[in-house]
Design a protein around this ligand. Structure first.
Ligand code: AP5
Length: 219
């Protein structure tokens, strides 16, 4: 299955994409993770993306689309994928349609994880991420068993630079201006399912699985 998870910064896209990836046995592709990987390796792509990411702005479409096009050409996407953080503009959404059409494919489902801005800010402030496996934790809502250590792989947890309060707010503004229009874009195409992202992680997971199973039984 080819699925897009849509939602504001902190809505829980990464958390749910990981769970869904295990459920469906297809790769979780997060553009934010791809940029952070490039940044950590100090590649030209990473250097180019850094300035935008640090300010909470979107990396230009041309750069992002080229990166995703390459990732989607890898053999592990044959059986499907879960996209997290892409597309984020109408131009990216159109480019995704084109890339898939070139391979005779289409998206199966877009899930909008709906969370109010005040809740997003709390989530981003308490978030910790594993530097090795990118596992996501929260001080209150999903704490690791040992402070600052990943339950899954024992890696060190860190807080993202763009989770600083002023950058959090900018990311949410950018989301509302540039990404929120995609909700209508996908609703008009009959692909959109909305899930209440303010429920517990396991509840959101179950609703997402039901949405996926409904599409699977239709196919
Ligand atoms: P990216 O890494 O994609 O960040 P984001 O969209 O801002 O999303 P987040 O990773 O912040 O949140 P999330 O929805 O994954 O939430 P999470 O599961 O972690 O992008 C970073 C930057 O890269 C962008 O600003 C941009 O510069 C660039 N970029 C990336 N993609 C791009 C693109 N397509 N175009 C251009 N530029 C791009 O959860 C958040 C916290 O809440 C965690 O602590 C988690 O444990 C907790 N939590 C999750 N679910 C729940 C729940 N149900 N209840 C309670 N707590 C929960």
């Amino acid at each position: 299955m080819r699925i897009v998870l849509l939602g504001a910064p902190g809505a829980g896209k990464g958390t749910q994409a990981e769970l869904l990836s295990e459920y469906l046995q297809v790769p979780h592709i997060a553009t934010g993770d791809l940029f952070r990987e490039a940044l950590a390796k100090d590649t030209p792509l990473g250097r180019e993306a850094r300035a935008y990411m640090d300010r909470g702005e979107l990396v230009p479409d041309a750069i992002t689309i080229a990166m995703v096009r390459e990732r989607l050409s890898a053999p592990d996407t044959e059986r499907g994928f879960i996209l997290d953080g892409f597309p984020r503009t109408v131009e990216q959404a159109r480019a995704l349609d084109e890339v898939l059409a070139e391979r005779g494919r289409k998206l199966d489902l877009v899930v909008f994880i709906d969370v109010r801005p005040e809740v997003l800010l709390q989530r981003l402030s308490g978030r910790w991420i594993c530097q090795d496996c990118q596992g996501v934790y929260h001080t209150l809502y999903n704490p690791p068993e040992r402070p600052e250590i990943c339950d899954a792989c024992g890696g060190r947890l860190y807080q993202r630079i763009d989770d600083r309060p002023e950058t959090q707010r900018r990311r949410i503004e950018v989301y509302l201006a540039q990404t929120a229009p995609l909700i209508e874009f996908y609703r008009e195409r009959g692909l959109l399912v909305t899930v209440n992202g303010e429920q517990e992680i396991a509840r959101v997971r179950d609703e997402l699985r039901s949405a996926v199973d409904r599409v699977r039984t239709r196919a």
